[in-house]
Ligand binder design. Sequence first.
Ligand code: NAD
Length: 364
Amino acid sequence: MSQSLFLLPGDGIGVEVMGEVKKLVAWLNAQQKADFSTDTGLVGGSAYDKHGVAISDDDMKKAMAADAVIFGAVGGPKWDKVPYEVRPEAGLLRLRKDLQLFANLRPAICYPALADASSLKREIVEGLDILIVRELTGGVYFGEPKTITDLGNGQKRAIDTQVYETYEIDRIVRVAFDLARTRNKKVHSADKKNVMKSGVLWDEVAHAVAKDYADVKFEHILADNAAMQLVRNPKQFDVMVTDNLFGDVLSDAAAMLTGSLGMLPSASLGAPDKATGKRKALYEPVHGSAPDIAGKGIANPIAMLASFAMALRYSFGMIELANKLEASIAAVLDEGLRTGDIAQGGKSIGTEEMGAAILKKLAA
Ligand code: NAD
């Protein structure tokens, strides 16, 4: 039975890097290595231009029905002044909300060929492979009350509310443990239980979940220490699970250990469907639409292709193919091929050449 992909290229370089995914999918189908059916929709500024919203109801329905959503990037100066509710990012937020994508997976992998592009020393980052699992739909970004009150004496009071319930912590920590089982079997749970009640509950639930995974090593770490350890000795980590706020900060810090934005994939997963066991899922590069280079054909497609490798692994169980795709990316980097963002002033190739080189490696 064919498996359905809903492609949302979005704006700017989103469209360019998605072009390389389309070629890869066509090749996989032609070689009978997979049987994907694809449909393409509009999101972000391109959806606004056509429908006046950041994603149409019709495209939302298709996203809900698909086995996986593959997302490019949204935004650009053209849409900076559109009404807030229909700004390009609103399309991504609606997808995350309606698909209930509570688990954000942010790998930080340092390819040996690019170790010198990191701001840290080669020996600290070379061969790094960690996965940050961030809670994406709860916590302080969404908790109520969320207000700014005028106190009338020239002062204002701003309130954000950090709130987590047991089930929210339980399900995200389980995602982290399940993933650790497919990797190096180690989970760190980061919170601030020393000063936050939500941290106390987070840790209590994480310890309870850990009992169900005796084969996985479990450690608690304070989130501030996690930040320090990430830049001191990042290779001590395998999977790190944390809440929405800490995850936002820690995943960006971890990501930058590895060099360019153009290299960073991500996945966002929902709960398994009760009938089919399949999780709703969206895969996207971490980067935005890069208006400064859009239309020039020089964007790095690796973050997008590595996001697709995550789709192969997490939505379709095609582990071997995912490994091969990732190995093909590493191989072209080993051979010295670089897009402008990772060329460090040296010779560079364009989006299509990089995509073609990776596909050629895969075919070999
Ligand atoms: P950006 O990620 O688009 O670009 C930041 C810098 O990194 C730019 O210099 C860009 O050229 C470079 N870069 C990014 N991806 C690259 C790639 N694949 N290859 C080569 N170079 C790459 O962030 P920004 O400039 O802050 O934002 C631009 C637009 O994207 C804004 O409208 C912003 O709101 C939007 N944005 C969207 C997302 C998303 O769709 N998930 C994420 C971040 C920003």
